[in-house]
Ligand binder design. Sequence first.
Ligand code: AMP
Ligand code: ZN
Length: 459
Amino acid sequence: MLKLYNTLTRDKEVFRPINKEKVGLYACGPTVYWYAHIGNMRSFIFSDLLHRTLSYNGYEVDFVMNITDVGHLTDDGDDGKDKMIVAMQREGKTAFEIAEFYTNSFFDDIERLNILSANTYPKATDHIEDQIKMIQKIEKNGFAYKTTDGVYFDTFKLKEYGILSGQKAEEKKAGARVDMKEKRNNTDFALWKLSDSESKRQMEWNSPWGKGFPGWHIECSAMSIKYLGQSFDIHTGGIDHVSVHHENELAQSMGANSVYHAQIWMHNEFLTVDNGKMSKSLGNLFTVKDLIDKKYDPIAFRYMVLGAHYRTKLNFTWEALEASENALFRLQDLVRDWDKPGVDTCKELEDEFMDAINNDLDTPKTLAIVWKLIDSDFSSSEKAGTLLKFNSILGLSLENYIAKPLFVSEEVNVLIKQRALVRKEKDWKKSDLIRNQIEKLGYLVEDMEDRQKLIEIRK
Ligand code: AMP
Ligand code: ZN
């Protein structure tokens, strides 16, 4: 029985899909104006984990992740500059070149983190028509109004507004200090923004309201509904999206179709650095490439993320990454000389693992079960079969290590044989000298009861 925490109901619920055969999953993807940082990656590892868990439970998953390439303003609301335009000015490239470059960089990053592909990665700029049609529906149902700079959603007209964040529009208004310009209520948000008549934007489209571009939130409503239907199972994203982006998405879907588009909303907590928000100005915003430049295996970051429950904050430090990498490498090295998986597996531990992952994705517990398996008395072939199953959810690349002994050069093999001989003669000094020679060739030697075990030195 799979249980998931639903932000909408503030409850851990038994997962009951709309359609037993196929689950619809939508995740907010990257805004492609800059390299995605490792906080974003925590969010993508989380949706990947959910994707893998659903598959493990036997569901076919239709997984959609959007690519935001227009409309996301620097303040996440209706103020600030379009992030794509900021990037154009920074790099002297066209908006489409920027989007293409950082979309490719995002795909490289997720591959390095062993994140499985979604079925579809729709781009906002490829779906302008769908967004316009949805705004027209919202307008027809009486939830939209025009101002001189665009079309806005009237949040006070929707009684459900605020249901996701648990804060009513009226309460949000009470705390507001922002300039509303022509907005009726401060929680109202742009569905369509008109281009400034003075200057020509690179990204602008004709619409019934005039030339302009869509607001950021409408893309996720329009594209999730287009690919997954008016009502689908799960929508994910980072916790920062609850009160604005997702609240507004929910409002748009209600305004257009009078139904909730997503039944379950799931949000990952933040990855912090130095216990605070990552920012470029503080010099603590790291990317997957930064990890690689510092010679870390990106999968070690994945291991680190899995070590914390997705609904708890996780503080990134290089020391914590180092510790995660040590644990990961130890795990990978340990399973190399296991026998290949046979028919039998470790059923009790598999049940325990399933209970943990199905309890709202309790990954810290699943990692503890992995180590319990390693230390258990099951045969190595039984362990191998079970660990492969665990790995299909955890995605720690263990398939490349389980029952795959190290392949070393003839030179190393000869040294190992020589060392075995001198050890028989109890010539410990010579044994140590050969150990050093082997180390220089890239391997640590561990003396086991019956043999010498080689461990690759990876950095
Ligand atoms: P963006 O590219 O800004 O649209 O963000 C992509 C995803 O990353 C969204 O789901 C955000 O909520 C999430 N996110 C942003 N910063 C962090 C962070 N520091 N930790 C975890 N998730 C984050
Ligand atoms: Zn979104």
